[in-house]
Design a protein around this ligand. Structure first.
Ligand code: M6P
Ligand code: ZN
Length: 176
């Protein structure tokens, strides 16, 4: 592979790699309850623009995630969340726009919440699952980098979920 550059222009983002789009119907099972008001609209909850890099050890995948504002009943829009299949691999996020929380947890039950916002860097160490939550009324946009061979383990989260959820209650952000 040869060195390359891509544009970070958010008005027209495209890294020429995978473009993942997840809508309400694709991921509604991750939320505490279903929301009839979203059934017909089936809004896009988030999209990810990945770099065109082979999923091989040695490479780094970089990406931009756009997590839209919204709620499923009282629960803020969020990503599915995952452990890495190769568990001893880390990830770095750089906040570009908006405000959110990165929920992190380990299989032994440790839990941590990291705030992400413009110009804030979040380091997710090896062995920590991660899920982004948009707690603001604008899109949460962040850049990320992780080892290209890491892989996504969604199954563990699908089975046991995250320890905590994030809700909007009376205009306040509540983690419970
Ligand atoms: C971040 C990264 C990606 C991930 C994306 C969406 O951009 O962690 O690797 O794919 O969020 O999250 P998820 O894969 O959990 O749906
Ligand atoms: Zn990851």
């Amino acid at each position: 592979m040869r060195p390359f550059t891509v544009s970070m222009n958010l008005d027209n983002i495209n890294f020429n790699g995978n473009h993942i789009v997840r809508r309400y119907e694709d991921i509604k099972s991750i939320f505490k309850s279903t929301d009839i008001s979203l059934e017909g609209k089936n809004p896009v909850i988030y999209e990810v623009f990945e770099s065109p890099v082979p999923e091989q050890q040695g490479h780094l995948i970089f990406l931009v995630t756009i997590l839209y504002p919204g709620k499923v009943n009282e629960e803020f829009f969020m990503t599915k969340g995952h452990y890495h299949t190769v568990e001893n691999t880390a990830e770095v996020y750089l906040g570009i726009k908006g405000k959110g929380l990165i929920l992190c947890q380990t299989k032994s039950g440790d839990f941590e919440v990291a705030e992400i916002s413009e110009n804030r860097v979040v380091y997710i160490p090896p062995f920590w699952a991660h899920r982004a939550v948009n707690i603001f009324d604008e899109p949460l946009i962040f850049f990320g980098i992780y080892p290209a061979h890491a892989g996504h383990d969604y199954e563990t989260i699908a089975q046991s979920g995250f320890v905590k959820r994030v809700f909007s209650k009376n205009g306040r952000v509540v983690i419970e």
